[in-house]
Design a protein. Structure first.
Length: 181
């Protein structure tokens, strides 16, 4: 191969490498797992155990929804039961309300509904080093699912736009858990 041909090959290779590097610069890294697999964001591990709609007329579900109004016509309560573990050596905080949402395939989003339920995951709360939520002696840990829940108000037909994803931003990292509905 002549020197000119070698230079052309090297120039093409360098251009291709540069193009790949520039294309990667604008991308955000986001990991996605499925329900039942832990999502690792920094020192926190999020594990969704169960996702289901809650019925205010059901005895068990009414305890989860204590103090909340019946959902408006055309909407339902969606509960995402999970546990969170701080695998680090220092205390940290759970994501805040604005850092967690459910999104469907159309891009429609739902933010957590504030609730005082003993079973609710309290966003923004501290979690000690090596700690786990729900704590061993809590109502959520001894309940039927053995997990705390996040509650979302979603349109009744949301299951037609599956899969739904629980998107979480925590300490500068982002990830998603595909919910099993």
């Amino acid at each position: 191969m002549s020197t000119g041909a070698q230079r052309a090959v090297l120039a093409a290779a360098a251009t291709a490498a540069l193009a790949l590097g520039v294309a990667a610069c604008g991308e955000e890294h986001e990991s996605t797992v499925v329900e039942g697999e832990p999502l690792e964001l920094g020192e926190l591990s999020f594990n969704v155990q169960l996702t289901r709609f809650l019925n205010p007329d059901d005895t068990e579900d009414s305890e989860y929804l204590e103090g909340l109004a019946v959902p408006p016509p055309g909407e339902d309560y969606l509960a995402v039961f999970m546990d969170v573990e701080n695998e680090g050596d220092e205390a940290t905080t759970l994501p805040s309300d604005g850092e967690v949402e459910v999104e469907d395939t159309t891009g429609a989003k739902a933010e957590p509904v504030e609730t005082d339920s003993l079973f609710a995951l309290q966003l923004g709360e501290p979690i000690p080093a090596g700690g786990e939520i729900p704590t061993a002696d809590s109502a959520a840990a001894s309940g039927p699912v053995q997990g705390s829940f996040l509650l979302f108000l979603v349109p009744e037909g949301v299951t037609e736009n599956r899969p739904l994803e629980l998107k979480i931003r925590s300490h500068g990292e982002e990830g998603a858990i595909e919910l099993d509905l």
